[in-house]
Design a protein around this ligand. Structure first.
Ligand code: FES
Length: 111
């Protein structure tokens, strides 16, 4: 699949430790800044569709504020019940001060 990075926000608008969600094409995407590294996942919690852009980011885990399930952001893994289905992740890059998300490519983890 072709790479198709889309600019979602200015890097400066998403300080370390924060998460916000954005419409990217037909997808709502949550973008996270974890210690200066940007990550993106699908925005809707896989439990009952709460927007993780309203979630609480603690280290590399985002807690859903609706029923307090949680996900490991870099991998999208569900790490706390009632969440049991993983989130899709998307590749991000920062170019010219803008955060780009590529819906056609999963995140590369472990870097
Ligand atoms: Fe996220 Fe229930 S909607 S834990």
């Amino acid at each position: 699949m072709a790479e198709n990075p889309v600019a979602v926000c200015a890097a400066a608008d998403l300080p370390p430790g924060s998460v916000r969600s954005f419409e990217v094409g037909d997808e709502r995407v949550a973008v996270y800044n974890i210690d200066g590294t940007f990550y993106a996942t699908e925005a809707y919690c896989t439990h009952a569709m709460a927007d993780l852009g309203d979630g609480i980011l603690e280290g590399d885990v985002v807690e859903c504020t609706l029923h307090f399930g949680a996900f490991h952001v870099p991998s999208g893994k569900a790490v706390r019940e009632p969440c049991c289905t993983d989130l899709k992740t998307f590749r991000t890059e920062v170019k010219d001060g803008q955060v780009y998300v590529d819906l056609s490519a999963p995140a590369t983890t472990g870097s």
